[in-house]
Design a protein around this ligand. Structure first.
Ligand code: 5GP
Length: 170
């Protein structure tokens, strides 16, 4: 097993998620929010963010994949779509990391057909130097360098999602 270095510890993650929650609460005052989690990596962040909000938060999930091992394939496949209607709803996409931007670009286009009232994006991490498609990301936890990160939902061949911190593999 490769050595894992700590990049962002649990305390820093939680402090930043707290700040993000305050910002979201302000922007969505009195509104219900549909949290649309992108499976599987967004799950820990989704819960940590949701539990800090006073708003009604509705959980929805969508599953797409774009990544094989440590290399982005560039092709997005939709594995699981949303079951319930999001028409007229305020949707906040919850992502673990924005890398090339291809996944979110695909999803924004996909969601348009479902006529939500609004769609915004919250991501725990962003790797701006890797962006291929420019997108407006509304809430960003941390900007990280071009390293392969794991933990807090992020996997290495489906493993390491349960690490309580963000680490990287050299
Ligand atoms: P994008 O479509 O923006 O290139 O990629 C987004 C997806 O790629 C993320 O949801 C995540 O699953 C995966 N990804 C991108 N960078 C990393 C990384 O450093 N580590 C892990 N584990 N997954 C990554």
């Amino acid at each position: 097993m490769e050595e894992i270095n700590v990049l962002i510890n649990k305390a820093r993650l939680e402090k930043r998620i707290d700040e993000m929650a305050r910002e979201i609460e302000r922007d969505y005052e009195g509104k219900d929010i549909v949290f649309l989690g992108i499976l599987k990596g967004s799950v820990p962040f989704m819960w940590e963010l949701a539990k800090r909000l006073k708003n009604n938060v509705i959980f929805e999930f969508i599953e797409v994949s774009s990544y094989k091992g440590t290399e982005s394939t560039g092709k997005i496949t939709l594995h699981k779509d949303i079951k319930d209607s999001i028409e007229g709803k305020d949707v906040l996409i919850i992502e673990d990391i924005v890398d090339t931007g291809r996944t979110l670009d695909f999803l924004l286009e996909h969601l348009k057909q479902k006529n939500p009232n609004s769609v915004k994006i919250a991501t725990l991490l962003s790797k701006p130097s890797r962006r291929v498609i420019e997108l407006n990301v509304d809430y960003i936890g941390f900007k990280v360098e071009d390293k392969f990160v794991v933990g807090y939902g992020l996997d290495y061949d489906q493993k390491l999602r349960n690490l309580p911190y963000i680490g990287y593999i050299e």
